[in-house]
Design a protein around this ligand. Structure first.
Ligand code: NAP
Length: 474
């Protein structure tokens, strides 16, 4: 038990525990919640009502969430004093109870205060940001077939240029670094030696580690293992053709993880290609398969041909028995795509994708682009997940001009609640909410943001009436 400065320890409920990165959820878990600033006052009560109603409908008295109010943002300053945006009580509560849900928080401007969302991710080492993008029938979308997109973006949350290690152009440290690179490090490299960084450049550092990449990709593969059919698919998205030792390494470490740690459950795209050819080839010889697999095989040098033949031989000897005879078709397919091509692919061939595992910056772009295809940020949920904690959150901001007017769309936070219920394994309750939202939208019973995009004129619902309508479809 912990002593809080201003919070009362919950009198009822149990603690969620973690073992090897997996949450063990009791029937009456205590879940801290942060209401959020701005429109948090509207969307949190709506969300809590919907989640409670779904849990009750699904399980009666057998399960119940014991909500525990904790403070962050403007509300925290009211309770704990000026500039106390993220009180120790809140950090201790989330650490102790493990899983939390939050509304949007204002990023304080000036005063050296960093983003509260980024702070929470760093404090709890929530290294995977998970953002599902799926279409709810009837949602206005700029796309002709938004229903074809059903993906989950796994965005690495702790590394990449988001670490903020950068120096402004002209800064003395920046000039010192540029001089060191230009005069000492670059000339030592055969490959780089004619390159020079301009003295007027700003510099940003992009650290990508094997540990950081693999723990994140592991979460994505574990998720894919729970899916069925062609959704058992993880695509590593990177810009490794340009950034070989960061984004390219992310891809290589991903494949290494797939074939080492998940050998019995995974097949790489290349391996599947080899096995497919072997299985459909009457004259099974290594040379024949190599000819089929490697474009321009006959024109390759003898040593390159040898490499391809050895690769095929290795695949046959290592996995033909376990993965052959079409068994590989039921396994998690791991492939990779260059980041720029995935922006095209999710628009032109969305059905081919399921889980996108990518780095921090790519993930930021891709998840917003995917959310736009299925109807915008108002319906895009998010979760930040680590080994000992998880925080579920609305992906939009505080939208201050709508705050307190009971008009904003609570969909993003409600769907984050759905993710939390799925994380608990409370799928029956999660499915009820998904069904309720789908039916509300199909019936055009929606908040102003969706109503204004609909082709026929629709009267919009308030935030609380949207929540009540969702519940009425349970
Ligand atoms: P914003 O709060 O996301 O609002 C921008 C616009 O997005 C709104 O004016 C509204 O558009 C639309 N919108 C936002 N939430 C919506 C919802 N629930 N339903 C429907 N439409 C919604 O972005 P911002 O104005 O740039 O940021 C405001 C504050 O939020 C800043 O302090 C920022 O740092 C913070 N922020 C927090 C988070 C977070 O906590 N995760 C994320 C982003 C930003 P219309 O007015 O056109 O309807």
């Amino acid at each position: 038990m912990i002593n809080f400065e201003k919070l009362n320890f919950p009198s009822e409920g149990e603690i969620i525990t973690f073992s090897s990165g997996l949450a063990k959820v009791p029937n009456y878990p205590i879940v801290p919640y942060i209401r959020g600033d701005g429109t948090g006052v509207d969307i949190w009560p709506a969300t809590q009502k919907v989640i409670d109603a779904a849990v009750y409908k699904a399980y009666g008295a057998e399960k119940k969430i014991n909500w525990f109010k904790v403070y962050a943002g403007d509300e925290a300053c009211e309770v704990y004093g000026t500039y106390n945006y993220l009180p120790k009580d809140t950090i201790e509560a989330i650490k102790y109870f493990g899983v939390a849900i939050k509304g949007p928080l204002t990023t304080p401007v000036g005063g050296g205060i960093r983003s509260l969302n980024v702070a929470l991710r760093q404090i709890f080492d929530l290294y995977s940001c998970v953002r599902p993008c799926r279409y709810y029938s009837g949602t206005p979308s700029p796309h002709k077939k938004p229903q074809d997109l059903d993906i989950i973006v796994y965005r690495e949350n702790t590394e990449d240029i988001y670490m903020g290690i950068e120096w402004e152009a002209g800064d003395s440290n920046c000039i010192e670094l540029i001089n060191y690179l230009n005069k000492s490090l670059i000339p030592k490299s055969e490959k780089l030696k004619n390159k020079l960084i301009s003295e007027s450049a700003g510099i940003g550092i992009k650290p990508i580690s094997k540990k950081g990449s693999q723990r994140h990709i592991k979460k994505a593969i574990e998720h894919a293992k729970k899916l069925t059919g062609n959704k058992r698919h993880v695509t590593l998205v990177h810009k490794g053709n340009i950034m070989k030792y960061t984004e390219g390494a992310f891809r290589d470490w991903g494949y290494e993880l797939a074939v080492n740690e998940f050998r019995n459950d995974c097949i790489t795209e290349r391996e599947s290609w080899i096995l497919d050819n072997i299985e459909n080839n009457n004259e099974i010889t290594i040379e024949n398969n190599a000819r089929l697999i490697e474009p321009g095989f006959d024109k390759l040098t003898a040593s390159k041909r040898e490499i391809v033949c050895k690769e095929i031989q290795d695949v046959i000897s290592s996995i033909f028995k376990s993965h052959g005879s079409n068994k590989w078709k039921d396994m998690v397919l791991v492939d990779d795509r260059i980041a720029d091509s995935i922006f095209q692919q999710i628009q032109t061939r969305p059905q081919e994708y399921s889980i996108i595992a990518t780095l921090n910056l790519n993930g930021d772009y891709i998840s917003d682009a995917a959310a736009a295809i299925v109807g915008g940020l108002g319906m895009a949920p998010g979760a930040n997940i680590g080994d000992n904690a998880a925080i579920f959150e609305a992906t939009h901001g505080t939208a201050p001009k709508h705050a307190g007017l009971n008009r904003i769309n609570p969909g993003s936070l409600i769907l984050s609640g759905v993710m939390m219920l799925e994380y608990f394994g409370w799928n029956e309750a999660a499915d009820l909410i998904t069904k309720g939202i789908s039916k509300s939208i199909e019936d055009k019973k929606v908040t102003y943001d969706l109503a204004r995009l609909m082709e026929q004129k629709v009267d919009s619902l308030s935030c609380s009436d949207f929540a009540n309508t969702i519940i009425s479809f349970f």
